[in-house]
Design a protein. Structure first.
Length: 492
């Protein structure tokens, strides 16, 4: 096992065969006249030296140093990153990605600017869409410069309006009106959202980290003649950016709960009022929770929904990765960002014990707790009415957890645009790259069922247009009408 480990953790240095495996990657070896380097100590290489927490990195790095740091990054990804298997299942071909990164370093001119190298690392790893993966360099005054690999797939809609039969009702080019939209070239099914109900049904909605290029689409007129046209995309416009109190209730026939902040420290009274509102909603046939533009905070909807659901279930299992790599990250965290809960001596002892027994990698499984309802008895059955929740791209953290809780009710409608898509991978640990002195972080915990990293929860009804608040009001009225609700409600 130790021989295999030595092979798996050897730095890319010295005279090696192009077919020498490195973590399953067929990595090309350097020139045979390159000096041999000692294999790194896999139990100490990523730990910051004393006094190095805020130390600025050197201005430049050599290609050999960059390759050595990439080897360290690969160790973190394969043995310390909780999203490694998940991103592979979603299409990240890690062997190919890392091989191409090595090839790219081989073509860089020396010396390599360290800040450029850090930005390049983050950019190459942005295919994970994970903001726990980041590269940080500290300036002379300790000011950090952070390059994140996080990215989000925003929602873009083809800029025209069609009816249910895909006949164009309006478009920027008036000559397209009255024709039928047939197909668009270059549209990949895996990139498109799937609107199930509402105004965007039958339209092309694409999820992308940047604005898609205009698409060449095939159109057919009433005479059956087909033509092509270039049609641009634009961002979905869910609205809801107006200022106001952290919580307010409006609406006459259907209550609309407008929540603008989840910051309990700044708005304790308003958010307590939100929690107390839940019990009074039990007799309503429908209500709306509008979370567009919500500011982040520690407020959870556990107590709110506990007044309407007998036994709210946690959002899912939490799996925390542990290995000789995460043990080093825990030491760095205790050393450079200590809290009352951290124990540096204990973290060092844990790593020392691993060094005696050999490298290990495993998962610790836990459950997210749901806070019980405070005061009074909970309901005996789930709220039978319709709950409409309105979200946008700023819905992250506890907001996305609220969407997960929402889906436990029998009749719901999620409206707006796809949420932020953050939190599926969490609890990043820091690692100091040995040659550049840059800090590399990667999430050590996988939260199942919370969200889709970088893509978020997709709505049942996409909210878009010049008057989105009017659309929310119309959806609320529809949800309260039994006949209309059947056409929009997501049942389970």
């Amino acid at each position: 096992m130790r021989a295999a480990l030595a092979l798996a953790t050897a730095l890319l240095a010295g005279c090696s065969s192009p077919r020498e495996p490195k973590y399953g990657v067929l990595a090309p070896g350097p020139a045979c006249d390159a000096p041999a380097a000692a294999a790194p100590d896999v139990f100490a290489e990523l730990v910051a030296p004393d006094g190095a927490c805020l130390a600025p990195p050197p201005a430049t790095i050599s290609r050999a140093g960059a390759l050595a740091d990439l080897d360290a990054v690969e160790r973190v990804l394969r043995r310390g990153y909780a999203g490694f298997e998940l991103t592979a299942m979603r299409g990240v071909r890690w062997d190919r990605v890392l091989r191409e990164m090595r090839d790219a370093i081989g073509g860089m001119k020396e010396p390599i600017a360290t800040d450029m190298f850090g930005a390049w690392l983050a950019d190459r790893l942005s295919l994970t869409k994970d903001d726990t993966i980041a590269v940080t360099a500290h300036g002379k005054g300790g000011t950090p410069r952070v390059e994140s690999a996080g990215a989000r797939d925003d929602a873009y809609v083809l800029d025209l309006v069609t009816d249910g039969r895909r006949r164009i009702l309006s478009a920027a080019d008036p000559t397209l009106v009255g024709k039928d939209l047939q197909d668009c070239d270059g549209l990949r099914e895996e990139d498109t959202a799937t609107p199930t109900k509402g105004k965007l049904t039958g339209r092309v909605v694409m999820l992308s980290p940047r604005a898609p290029a205009p698409m060449t689409c095939t159109l057919r007129d009433d005479a059956g003649k087909e033509t092509t046209a270039s049609i641009a995309f634009r961002r979905v416009l869910p609205g809801g950016t107006g200022a106001g109190p952290a919580f307010e209730q409006r609406g006459t026939t259907v209550p609309i709960l407008r929540v603008r902040s989840l910051d309990e420290e700044r708005h304790p009274q308003e958010l307590e009022q939100l929690t107390n509102t839940a019990a009074r909603l039990a007799q309503q046939s429908a209500f709306v929770i509008d979370l567009r533009g919500v500011a982040p905070g520690a407020y959870t909807f556990d107590s709110f929904f506990s007044a309407l659901l007998p036994k709210p279930q946690p959002s899912g299992d939490r799996f925390t990765l542990w290995s000789e790599v995460t043990a080093q990250g825990s030491i760095n965290q205790a050393l450079c960002a200590p809290t009352e809960e951290t124990d540096l001596a204990q973290e060092r002892a844990s790593l020392a014990e691993l060094a005696k027994t050999g490298p290990e990698r495993g998962w610790l499984r836990g459950r997210s707790a749901v806070a019980p309802r405070v005061g009074g008895r909970g309901p005996t059955r789930a709220y039978p009415g319709v709950i409409v929740m309105v979200v946008d791209a700023r819905c992250a953290g506890e907001c996305e957890a609220a969407v997960t809780l929402l889906r436990q009710f029998p009749r719901t409608v999620l409206v707006g645009e796809n949420t932020a898509g953050r939190g599926e991978i969490a609890e990043p640990l820091p690692y100091r790259l040995p040659r550049s002195g840059l800090w590399f972080t990667a999430g050590s915990t996988l939260q199942q069922g919370l969200t889709y990293q970088g893509r978020g929860h997709q709505p049942d009804i996409w909210l878009d247009g010049d008057r989105p608040d009017d659309a929310v009001e119309a959806i609320a009225q529809c949800a309260a009408d039994a006949g209309c609700a059947r056409d929009i409600v997501h049942t389970r």
